[in-house]
Design a protein around this ligand. Structure first.
Ligand code: 13P
Length: 254
């Protein structure tokens, strides 16, 4: 069955880059995208908060979208150090990552907290990239399917639509380690995610929601991962920090 899903290549820069780095990476990508007259993929970069405005300027007029890595669920108020979804929309963001495992671990974010953030993102007319994925211990304990199901049930707002929701399956043990699940293992989790989305949101919305794979995606393994039936793109950390690697991954969709 052909699907309406266009691959999404998303770069999560994490806590990397000073202004000059962010500007030069964004303008290198802008130049590459300009020459890609018939791109078969969508691309988004998610810089740290400090670089969003500068990267927005560097991406101006480009087909590359802008995203952020987190937000507070409230619209405004006494939340020192936090940033609201409205503030990110105001800077030109179209995507915000919610519930990355580094935030779930380092900031003790629960599924309910992730769901509230994703709902705030959606309420501002942006798409939430909702991250889920098992730890190594959970995989070794054959709990991957249960973990993925319960994270999905708890983290994805209802209703969610194909336009305002992206799911990223990121096995925690694959992030930044150079290790990845086998392509069969990735496909079986993505197929499960699609089944769960269909049950929760209906066949029509589910069919349009992109499910990305993340965790040590690189130019060397991107083609095999992106070719999988239920993989609709990638959420890329380390390899999104150079235009050469990030672009090579995007070219693997072609
Ligand atoms: P790496 O690509 O560095 O493994 O990071 C993946 C990730 O966490 C993207 O959100």
């Amino acid at each position: 069955m052909s699907t309406p899903r266009r691959p999404l290549i998303a770069g999560n820069w994490k806590m990397n880059g000073l202004r000059a780095d962010g500007e030069s990476l964004a303008s290198d990508l802008t130049d590459l995208m300009k020459n890609e007259t018939d791109a078969v993929f969508d691309m988004v970069v998610c810089p740290p908060f400090t670089l969003i405005a500068a990267v927005a300027d560097a991406l101006a007029g480009s087909a590359i979208a802008l995203g952020a890595q987190d937000c507070h669920p409230a619209e405004k108020g006494a939340h020192t150090g936090d940033v609201s979804a409205a503030m990110l929309a105001d800077l030109g963001c179209d995507f915000v990552i919610a519930g990355h495992s580094e935030r779930r671990t380092n900031h003790f974010e629960s599924d309910a907290a992730v769901q509230a953030k994703a709902a705030a993102v959606q309420a501002q007319g942006m798409a939430a990239i909702i991250c889920i994925g098992e730890t190594e211990e959970q995989r070794d304990g054959a709990m991957t399917f249960d973990v993925v199901k319960s994270q999905l049930a708890g983290s994805v707002p209802k209703p969610s639509t194909a336009a305002n929701t992206v799911i990223a399956y990121e096995p925690v043990w694959a992030i930044g380690t150079g290790r990845t699940p086998s392509t069969d293992e990735v496909q079986e989790v993505h197929a499960l995610i699609r089944t769960e989305l269909t049950a929760a949101l209906g066949a029509e919305e589910s069919a349009g929601i992109r499910v990305l794979y993340g965790g040590s995606m690189k130019p060397e393994n991107a083609r095999d991962l992106l070719a999988l039936e239920d993989v609709d793109g990638g959420l890329i950390g380390g390899a999104s920090l150079t235009a050469e690697n990030f672009w090579a991954i995007a070219q693997s969709c072609v």
